[in-house]
Design a protein around this ligand. Structure first.
Ligand code: THU
Length: 163
């Protein structure tokens, strides 16, 4: 037997003001999207902003439902929105922010496993990395230069093929 050790490369910015200008703008867009989230059950609002290759920005936020599993996370709302309205456009970066009515979110909030898988599909399709910036409300900002950093041992289309 052998052991594999998997590591993730994450860059940590002390706050939103420390981001490069364009990424600060993207994160501020995510904050605006977050404020429009529909999260009456969890009271945990998440906003996402995607920067596309042509400079356009697509937003998403979490949309909850009284039948809880029928709701959807901000990140998936954003990538599906981009897939629906800007098909074939490469996604350069994703900014994510989370805030709660129940507590101060002072740590970076990473996308959930289901969203990582959905994001991985887009990254695979476009064959170029999506930089993922994520933070809480007022917190450090974490940067993963690729979805692969967040989802090692990813399952992709390749796994469905005969090899
Ligand atoms: N949520 C997101 O929008 N993104 C994540 O990556 C984690 C969780 C939402 C789903 C639900 O509306 C609320 O946060 C609490 O789980």
């Amino acid at each position: 037997m052998k052991k594999l050790t998997l590591t993730a490369d994450i860059t940590v910015y002390p706050d939103i003001e420390s981001l490069p200008d364009a990424m600060g703008d993207l994160m501020r867009g995510a904050v605006t999207a977050r404020e429009k989230a529909y999260a009456p059950y969890s009271k945990f609002k998440v906003g996402a902003a995607l920067l596309l290759e042509d400079g356009s920005v697509v937003y998403g936020n979490n949309q909850e439902n009284a039948a809880f599993p029928s709701g959807l996370c901000a990140e998936r709302v954003a990538v599906f929105h981009a897939g629906a309205t800007h098909p074939g456009k490469t996604i350069k970066a994703l900014a994510i922010t989370a805030a709660s009515e129940l507590r101060a979110v002072t740590e970076a909030i990473a996308p959930c496993g289901g969203c990582r898988q959905a994001l991985a599909e887009y990254e695979y399709r476009q064959n170029s990395p999506i930089a993922v910036y994520f933070m809480g409300d007022r917190s450090e900002v974490y940067l993963a230069a690729s979805v692969k950093e967040l989802l090692p041992l990813v399952f992709t289309k390749d796994d469905l093929l005969n090899k």
